[in-house]
Design a protein around this ligand. Structure first.
Ligand code: SME
Length: 159
């Protein structure tokens, strides 16, 4: 396994195309889900440099913080609360262009301005969410949603 990732393109769609095979090579040789979630976050950080990238995993009626890259974050989020808890409850991706305009947004950092949360669905049930925050407004769009959903659909098979 090559532990160094390589990115050459500046366009977002090409970055995703460069990322996926490298992510698969990194993760498909390892069985441990925590190691895989940790490297997943680090690879996305290297590819895109977003402010915060991490997992919250379902535990009963809460999400609990998992591996992440970025500043310290809140550890528990109830179902239906914040962007993460809403994505879990609604079982769909939530794109937030301006976190201040999202009712109930949980501000782990005042620097976060926009966010995308993708639920991780395994055998029909949400087992966690991937949460990504940016310090810029409207960082994420439908291209990110489509690409991240595709990556997550594969990634849950490694959890
Ligand atoms: N903003 C999220 C909370 C998690 S932090 O962004 C890392 C939310 O509203 O669910």
């Amino acid at each position: 396994m090559a532990e160094t990732l390589f990115f050459s393109s500046t366009s977002k769609d090409k970055r995703y195309a460069e990322l996926l095979p490298q992510l698969q090579a990194l993760i498909e040789t390892e069985e441990n889900p925590i190691a895989n979630m940790a490297n997943f976050c680090a690879a996305l950080k290297e590819a895109f440099g977003w402010f915060w990238i991490g997992f919250y995993m379902v535990a009963g009626e809460e999400l609990i913080l998992g591996p992440f890259q970025g500043p310290v974050a809140c550890t528990r989020i109830a179902k239906g609360k914040g962007v993460c808890g809403t994505a879990w409850a609604q079982e769909k991706t939530i794109l937030v262009e301006d976190v201040e305009a999202f009712p109930g947004h949980i501000a782990c950092s005042a620097l976060s301005k926009s966010e995308i949360v993708v639920p991780l669905k395994k055998n029909g049930a949400v087992i966690g969410v991937l949460d990504i925050d940016s310090t810029e407004l409207a960082t994420f769009d439908l291209l990110d949603q489509t690409q991240l959903e595709k990556i997550c659909q594969w990634f849950v098979t490694r959890l």
